[in-house]
Design a protein around this ligand. Sequence first.
Ligand code: ADP
Ligand code: MG
Length: 646
Amino acid sequence: MTTDTVSNPDKVEKHNFQAEVSRLLHLMVHSVYSEREIFLRELISNASDACDRLRFEALTLPELIKDDPDFKLTITLDSEAGTLTLSDNGIGMSHDDLVSHLGTIARSGSSAFIEKMTAASKGNKDGQGDKKGDKAEDVKMIGQFGVGFYSVFMVTDNVKVISHKAGTDESWCWQSDGIGEYSLSPATRAGRGTDIIIHIKEDATEFLEEYRIRTIIKTYSDHIALPITLVTTKDGEEKSDKINEGIALWTRPKSEITAEQYTEFYHHVGHATDDPWLTLHYRAEGVIEYAVLMFIPSQPPMDLFDPARKARAKLYVKRIFITDDCEDLIPGYLRFMRGIVDSEDLPLNISREMLQNNPVLTKIRTAVTKKILTELEKKAKKDPEAYAAFWHAFGAVLKEGIYEDFSRRDQLLALTRFETTTADGLQSLDDYVGRMKDDQKNIYYITGDNLAAAKRSPQLEGFRAKGIEVIFLTDSVDDFWLQMVPEYKDKKFQSVTRGVADLEDKKDGADGKDDSSKTTPEIDALIGVLKTSLDGSVKDVRLSSRLTDSAVCLVADDGDMDIHLQHILKQHQQLDQTTPRVLEINADHALIKAIAAAAVKENSVDVLKDTARLLFDQARIMEGEMPEDPVAFAHRLSAIMTSGLT
Ligand code: ADP
Ligand code: MG
């Protein structure tokens, strides 16, 4: 070992862990998780990242690695001392790096995640059901949240991190038992890099067994572009074995790569724990040259709807990691993709500014996007069931592309799936259009907060009765793309909650504008009474052809904003006042008939004032809204109930 701590007690600083870290560590120390070996995956992954980062820095500052140009990781097993040590010659950490990287959790979203995890484990302690399984799931997700290092506390009661940041001449020793605090003291370490010295705790001695460690390292390092050596001592003799070749997985021929290696690489590159739903590995040769190894996860990562909408694909140039923060590499609507793109054409010393609007990058993005969408098309055709699983996980994200990527609008629309009023399971627009009735011009849809709510909408009644299929669109992005996409394959998108429903049987060229056939003097009188009573609250009152069971419903007028979109905008404080809507009444409904009979009598406006309000509020409630004046509503309802009972 090339390291040793300076044992000067005066210089030891004590630091408390950030509260979230303490909570996480508590979880780790008391972990019931059976796959504790993942700590090694996390540490190997960190060493590999540290080397990647320095390799990148050295592009502009070659002197950083002049003395020691070959990156490597050495893992030493000392069963006598009961320690496992990982030594890398990566970028290393300074005093302040150690404090911020190994004492806090910086990544956004992580803290919220830990809150959730600890809530679940508390539930367990309080005996609220067996949450053991959940807890194991939680721990499994650790890597995804940038808290990977702390997983070491599943197997140790004392860990030392001795680190020397490249380009500095200081070394520091960070030490902790994982309970509440850690210490920092000056140390000596020959050359840059990091040693992680793990004292394996009593119930984890399996991690001192050579065979076990060898197998784990092999599993987690086969795909990594960092050579790893395992050093063991047997009968006083030191033995070192090269465990992997240290060749980047994407540079190897597909035929030589196993499914397990792909999966492990995906876990490493995507901070993921699930299996990839799709693996995309290819090399593009031609005007521009690059390799792609990308994955579509099978489970949505937690930060999928993070407002930043950052894609997390990593950009490499000639095998050197450049950045995982390059917005131009993958469009936001494919941000669920994980993996790498390795370009041969970009300059190695490319700067952040140069990455913006870079023509090579733009070409790569266009080609990769095309490839991904083509793969999705294939999968949708070949295996609709698997595609449905993808759609449930990422459909809402993919749909953002419909309004963001004009050039691929139709392709994305064709990939879209939804449920409908008449068919079982997920349907495509082509399925829908193929089933349209001969005289049907529009693609009918309804948007809503969720499927159950949308299914209950009174506006669907007439469509159901006539057997006209209506599409349910229940993701919040739906209202937005529908605003911008008027049609698909020459068929207009038409909301069933807007405009006049064109549902009457067409005879003699009647275009169904208003349904005069049902108009009686009573109905006319009622419409007049309602218009007067609800003046200011509704835009218009008219007969409905879309209702069969309900007495009334509200619809947006042609050209006005769809009702659900108004709700969404109001929720997000982007709309102060909803525009008045049209109240439609069902002339066949017993209640409407009864009220209509009263409407032709004298003073009917005064007599029916409350009834008009109640009808209107009823329609609002069916839209999931509050009555305009809830107290007045309650009074009116009470009065009517009283008169009915006395
Ligand atoms: P993540 O790797 O997801 O960022 P970790 O908890 O695994 O989260 O590590 C936290 C941080 O600690 C890393 O981002 C890195 O900055 C630093 N770090 C961990 N291990 C090393 C190492 N071997 N060399 C240099 N820095 C490291
Ligand atoms: Mg890590």
